[in-house]
Design a protein around this ligand. Structure first.
Ligand code: HEC
Length: 163
């Protein structure tokens, strides 16, 4: 080997080392910045969630879950829950404090003349609206997103607590 060949080989070696350094640098950047193979940036939190999802066990053993307990509660109780939640979300605005002439929740004297009409009439008035002596009951309490079943459950809930 003469000097010229040694110099050429040495230059090639340096160039190769520089190339390897650049590759390592780029890979390190990708790993630490959380770039995935699609080139989308992900936060560390997302990465951890994705990893947890990928390595999660196939099955899970749940001891004493609330789901199992609620399955044991009879259907009648579930209907009462619908009535209660509908009452709280919509009807309570007027019937809770008993404002604008609405019979107050739990007030037996106020509910007696209404209950006397019978459930079918109360359903009809709650669903389609009703103007009586005391004021105006808006159809579905003004919440048209409610299903008829929800409204009827709320009527039963209020009637049950007004007897
Ligand atoms: C904006 C106020 C308001 C809201 C909200 C409201 N009500 Fe009423 N409701 C009234 C008023 C006022 C009356 C009394 C009307 C009368 O007798 O003059 C009434 C009366 C009733 C009656 C008795 C009807 C009758 O024929 O005697 C029922 C049943 C009833 N509401 C059910 C409901 C249900 C169920 C909801 C919720 C989905 C609801 N109300 C939400 C104001 C309201």
């Amino acid at each position: 080997m003469n000097d010229r060949k040694v110099f050429k080989a040495f230059t090639a070696l340096v160039a190769a080392l520089v190339a390897v350094t650049v590759v390592i640098f780029v890979v390190a950047q990708m790993v630490t910045s959380g770039l995935n193979m699609n080139g989308h940036k992900q936060s560390m939190v997302q990465n951890q969630a994705a990893i947890a999802a990928r390595i999660q066990p196939v099955g899970e053993v749940t001891v004493g879950s609330t789901l199992a307990v609620s399955n044991l509660i009879p259907a009648a109780n579930a209907a009462d829950n619908v009535g209660k939640s509908t009452f709280q979300s919509t009807c309570m605005a007027c019937h809770g404090p008993g404002i604008a002439g609405a019979p107050k929740f739990g007030d037996k004297a106020a509910w007696a003349p209404h209950i006397a009409k019978g459930l079918p009439t109360l359903y009809k008035h709650a669903l389609h609206g009703f103007t009586g002596k005391a004021g105006t009951m808006p159809a579905k309490g003004g919440n048209m997103a409610l299903s008829n079943a929800d409204v009827e459950a709320a009527v039963r809930y209020m009637v049950a607590h007004g007897k």
